[in-house]
Ligand binder design. Sequence first.
Ligand SMILES: O=C(O)CCC(=O)C(=O)O
Length: 105
Amino acid sequence: MSVGWHADDEQLFQGKSRDCRIISLSLGATRSFELRRNWSDASEDHTVRLELGDGDLCTMEGMLQKHLQHRVPREHQVSGPRINLTWRWIVKHAPGCPLSRRAFR
Ligand SMILES: O=C(O)CCC(=O)C(=O)O
């Protein structure tokens, strides 16, 4: 259907304080993917729109999650199914988690 404006800025990804890579694969119907500044005001529209088609890989890297939000807007003319597979790296582990040891980072 749609995904509203948000950043993938959860603590476990640390995307507000260090480089953070997110890779997503789109399968199925082509959908718009939009990016805007976190501090957008209504008087200026700096929204960037991409089209994500079947088999497209989209990466969000660096400090993008700190400075930008993204969404997949509702589009009434889209009728086909779509799946999005997303890979994120968990870099902040709970104390005691075996993956918190340096060798696993
Ligand atoms: O469906 C997409 O291409 C993006 C999904 C998304 O915004 C997210 O997983 O954070």
